[in-house]
Design a protein around this ligand. Structure first.
Ligand SMILES: [Fe+2]
Ligand SMILES: [Fe+2]
Length: 559
């Protein structure tokens, strides 16, 4: 690598990261011209090393960049077959490349892949990509690289400031309840999804540096594997299906024995209660079956369910005509067995039904496990993401815990679907994760913030979204990004309004503001509960989603 380029490497990486910030490319690589007319990889993110270190004229991206000076994209492995190899090699299926031309020569290119949230690249990304390569080009002004001496090509574009100077410092933390803001003069450039770059004071790192740091911190978080065992959710699924199995002609008892799961459990569903003798016969038949196959049983706690009541005569040992047992194969689970007891020899139709139910049980348990793993993994990631801050700043922990509890209560009150409620809960846990890199301690309690400090504090929404996106996905990241937007569009960072603000963010905002108002340790003296509720009601339709704000107040009054 040319020593002058080496010197610029950190700066180049920082600019490259704009591909994540402005285009939301999950991977990007910068290649620059070498002395032997090839292109070498200078810096990258997201590829985790799975990318070509060198590219020459036979590379389809180089070839295409040499033919046209403008960025281009390809969505899908089969759209243009000659690109499929380079995409496939890096386990990606969408590509956006931007050539870097200086003084008429192709001296490099940026190779981006896979926009976040499985989104395709689009025409609106092309001018952004162009700007990024231009910023890279500016770095070589007056440097003697690529066998030529460069001159400055263009002035750096003026940067938009994030905070209108008129905004009061008290708006920095949780946006307070205020009357609709006066109309602002139209801003010259609309900020990107991720917010505009601020004009940072000299001693504060640039937003893109913060985001790089945030992302690499997030990469280091190890998420423990989930245990290979069933839980309450799976037991519920099992109980439901066992009840259906009693509809098989002749079936009188259906049970699932789970050895080694939850301390050993056996769910038994029967047409009516069993005599002790019948229970013993059943257990000994099951044990015999296990021993014959060299499989282990063990202790089980038995739960008996009688969906049709206990009014019929008891099932006796003499009625047990046939007992069928089969292992349940669901994922990597071991030690699960289905047993169905018939009071008469089952016919062919009953056998077929039994086989169908057995299969359905396996699928249902697997599905439930997957859903549970996903949910608990997200929860554990969320906790891991905020943990270092919680230890350092107990005040932030108290705030987050109270907001999360309020969100849980509110989503219950709203009867949200379990998936939406879980998303809102995760968003509540991580909503202020971006405070970590923003001198939380120094700024959080400070009374009179300068305009610079205020703009730094406001970046916690953008930084937080960048921290959580790689681990928790785009849906959570967008809600974190929007948690200080307002219903009337006067929030930050992007002035998104109405239902464009994700539901989880709209729910969180109300809980966040309410908890901040009633907390004794926040920046202002605690408000009495009634006053806080009235303020939420007044801000319906301006700061908050009017419907949700009304329901929130209803919830408070219902207590
Ligand atoms: Fe916040
Ligand atoms: Fe907050």
């Amino acid at each position: 690598m040319h020593p002058e380029i080496q010197e610029l490497q950190t700066k180049l990486k920082e600019i490259l990261y704009d591909c994540a910030v402005e285009i939301r490319a999950t991977k990007a690589a910068l290649y620059l011209l070498t002395n032997d007319a090839r292109f070498e990889l200078i810096t990258e993110y997201g590829f985790r090393g799975v990318i070509r270190p060198l590219a020459d004229r036979t590379d389809p991206v180089v070839d295409r960049c040499g033919r046209g000076r403008t960025p281009f994209f390809i969505n899908g492995l089969n759209t243009e077959p000659r690109f499929s190899h380079v995409m496939f090699e890096s386990a990606s299926d969408r590509l956006l490349a931007a050539p870097l031309y200086l003084r008429g020569n192709l001296v490099g290119f940026v190779d981006m892949r896979d926009k976040a949230g499985k989104a395709p690249f689009e025409a609106a990304d092309l001018p952004k990509a162009q700007k990024i390569v231009e910023r890279i080009g500016e770095q070589f002004a007056n440097r003697n690289v690529f066998n030529q001496r460069f001159i400055t090509l263009s002035e750096a574009p003026p940067k938009a400031t994030l905070v209108p100077p008129s905004m009061s410092p008290s708006e920095a933390r949780v946006a307070p309840i205020v009357d609709p803001a006066p109309p602002k003069p139209a801003s010259p450039a609309k900020p990107s999804l991720w917010g505009a770059e601020r004009s940072a004071p000299a001693n504060v790192p640039a937003l893109s540096t913060l985001i790089i740091e945030a992302r690499s911190n997030a990469d280091r978080i190890a998420v423990p594997e989930s245990p290979d065992t069933i839980g309450e959710a799976e037991l519920t699924v099992i109980r439901d299906l066992l009840r259906s199995m009693l509809l098989i002609p002749g079936a009188v008892v259906a049970s699932v024995s789970a050895y080694g799961h939850m301390g050993g459990v056996q769910e038994v569903t029967a047409r009516s209660s069993l005599t002790d003798e019948a229970v013993n016969v059943l257990q000994s038949k099951l044990n015999l079956w296990l021993t014959k196959r060299g499989e282990g049983g063990g202790f089980v706690r038995t739960n008996i369910n009688l969906p049709f009541g206990a009014q019929d005569a008891q099932i006796t040992a003499a009625q047990i005509q046939k007992v069928f047992t089969a292992p349940i194969t669901a994922g990597s689970l071991r030690g699960l067995y289905l047993t169905v007891v018939f009071a008469a020899t089952p016919d062919r139709g009953a056998h077929e039904l039994l086989a169908a139910f057995h299969k359905q049980l396996q699928t249902a348990i697997e599905y439930s496990m997957e859903r549970g793993t996903l949910q608990s993994t997200r929860s554990r990631i969320a906790d891991a993401l905020v943990e270092p801050d919680f230890t350092k700043y107990p005040e932030l922990r108290r705030h987050t815990d109270s907001v999360t509890a309020r969100v849980e209560a509110f989503t219950r009150f709203l009867s949200l679907s379990p998936a939406d409620a879980e998303t809102a809960r995760i968003v509540a846990i991580v909503h202020d994760a971006g405070m970590r890199l923003l001198e939380y301690e120094r700024l959080y309690r400070k009374k009179d913030l300068t305009a610079d400090e205020l703009s730094i504090l406001k970046e916690h929404a953008v930084v937080g979204a960048s921290i959580v996106e790689p681990l928790l996905g785009n849906e959570i990241a967008r809600a974190v990004l929007c948690h200080h937007e307002r219903w009337d569009g006067h929030g930050y960072p992007n002035e998104v309004h109405g239902t464009d603000i994700p539901l989880a963010a709209r729910i969180l905002q109300i809980c966040d503001v309410y908890e901040t108002m009633i907390a004794a340790d926040s920046y202002a003296p605690a408000e009495p509960l009634e006053v806080a509720a009235a303020k939420i009601a007044r801000a319906a339709g301006t700061q908050f989603d009017p419907d949700l704000a009304q329901k929130f107040v209803d919830m408070l009054r219902a207590r």
